[in-house]
Design a protein around this ligand. Sequence first.
Ligand SMILES: [Zn+2]
Length: 822
Amino acid sequence: PAPLDTSTCVCAYTKLSSSHTVATWRRGTAACERALQHEVGERIHGFTVSQVTDIPELSLTAVKLSHDSTGAKYLHLAREDTNNLFSVQFRTTPLDSTGVPHVLEHTVLCGSQKYPCRDPFFKMLNRSLSTFMNAFTASDYTLYPFSTQNPKDFQNLLSVYLDATFFPCLRELDFWQEGWRLEHENPRDPQTPLTFKGVVFNEMKGAFTDNERIFSQHLQNRLLPDHTYSVISGGHPLCIPDLTWEQLKQFHATHYHPSNARFFTYGNFPLEQHLRQIHEEALSKFEKIKPNTAVPTQKPWDKPREFQITCGPDALAADSSKQTTVGVGFLLPEKGFEDDQIEALLHKIEIQMKHQSVSFGLTLTSYIAPCWNHDGDPVDLLKLGSQVARFRQCLRENPGFLQEKVKQYFKNNPHKLTLSMKPDDKYFEKQTQKETEKLKQKIDSLSPKDKKQIYEKGLELQTQQSKAQDTSCLPALKVSDIEPTIPLTHLEVALAAGETPVQYCAQPTNGVVYFRAFCSLHTLPEELRPYVPLFCSVLTKLGCGLLDYRQQAQQIELKTGGMAASPHVIPDGTHLDVYEQGVLFSSFCLDRNLPDMMHLWSEIFHSPCFEEEEYFRVLVTMCAQELSNGVPDSGHLYAMVRAGRTLTPAGDLQETFSGMDQVKLMKRMVGMSDVRQVLRKLPHITKHVLNRDNMRCSVNATPQQMSLAEKEVEKFVRNVGRSKAEWKPGHLSVVEKPAPSGSSGSTHISGPRVLRKLITDPTFKPHQMKTHFLLPFPVNHVGECVRTAPYTDPDHARCGGGEGPGGRRAAAGLEGEGGLRS
Ligand SMILES: [Zn+2]
């Protein structure tokens, strides 16, 4: 899945559930009540109910079932949430590194019996109102989730998912395309040399240029060396060419079977309907098998082990001799653990559990999948409240409880691995050498007849790939399937301290308050712009007021679910050359901690600290490392951002904030002997951003919490100073524009209008530019960007609805790109 940033601006915060839900979202809602009526032993469409559990802390009811004739397991979580989710999960525990589960995940999406068209997920994008569609290969399971708010769409997608996973075509050419194949460099010319090709083959070559990935892969492989965890489920580039089409089909037959499947549904759609469809379209066509996919317990070692591995040098690092990674798991507190630390952790568990997102169903399925996969009880896992209570009881009964655990699991544990990894300048050269040997070995074993076949199949694949696909077999939503009205989300805007607009939205938030603020940066001198991302990432980490950085971190952990600042570029909806730049502050906390959280924001705005030079250096190094580690894996995103740079002023700023220029700047800072000159720039940015002249805020909380929230926000805003910065126009100009208001789209806003300060650069001329970054990775990423129409233009939708060859990833990345197609 692509790590895409889909954050929205403060005033576009409308994707939550309807106001109707606010009124009904309590314990004992329709969905939960209906689910509670099921009885243990009840038989529904081939399934038998085995457990019904009310879980009030998550406002849901869990119904556990199993399928009578196949043994398929089923968990339904009924909850008054319209964003319904389905997932099916198979235990896939390979015993070699050919990547068979990963190749299979790709190949099942190449067409199925009922839907024989390639890449049905991608093709469904414009036939569905799905809010999520994807597939994941983990080291021991493969998960296929989707979500949607439309009942008919749910049935359509369910049909596609069931057919893809249980009845895929798995044609030989699909395997060639997605897994690996030998093909002539130019498929039309049999005189050109043969090479390895294939989607998964290339994907894994890319994955193994990410040093963090290499390290964690080895860590797992060597810590649990006896069974499936000693191999690479995604596939090792040198082992993938050992996989055969026969093995792939065999793996599907034994692993993608109902007896090895776990079904999960979530939301307010009725359970019976799901069960009937799953039984009729898939499960009724199978008989029970013994899947034999369980993983035996790892035998503990009698003494610790140590390994050294190598990786490629970090292309962006200043000093390649200082890049050794070491991982040791060892911890021994002499005096035990501080109560505050324990409380901070328990608080973290509580707030994570209550934290609401639009994709709560997806969060839940990802949370329970690894444990359920090994027959752990998913319902027990959801009862976090009782687990925390049990932990507290253990601590009460035995104050040395945690120390004993440390002794047991760390100090006296001989099953301990020390893994170190250092860069080898010849790493990539050696990898290429190994691949060349493997290729030679494959080619040497070919008969003239094999070679002829390779050439012919290569041509056949090319013809097939360029043929137009008939997608008429796929189900599609009709206009009549869609509710003609969208439930309005009511937003109320009020002025704090008589001038700062604050948007209030009452929502069923499980007792969590969400506070966000946006401060415009339109007065910021251009030379400070590149430092805004760094400013944001250290602002909440270097201390504030009387708190040093450690105390601040502890307060944030104890009182909030997180406090963060991030640079934000919002392209204007009506003009491609106009945009808003600023910093978005986001945070959330439990109801009871709101005063403390707002106090922390006050301190950060009022007296942020930029003094801790040593710790600042640590933060810079961490940021830079994180950025450069992401380059090989997210290369397509960097290519896209870069490609948009010369087409709009907002695109240019996006590159400065989050493109390759930013990566290079951060890497340069790591190499500096004196970071003070950078640290000294940050207070200058403060003057332009941490003030209330161009601030707007938003609060989401339960209706009961609103008046307190209003009081706290008022106090905070009054405390924030006025801008001390002077506006020096340079060549940029600022236009004032009201934010959308009144009843539009899916929101109804009441209260005063919000004015925004937008920026435009009259000297900016869109032009074409081609850039190539030479990096020592064996995978290339390409992005092309075209200037099209702004968001409110009728042509925007037309430009956005097309299908390109970019695949699922690229398609997903286009959402909200503000008039640019990449
Ligand atoms: Zn993949």
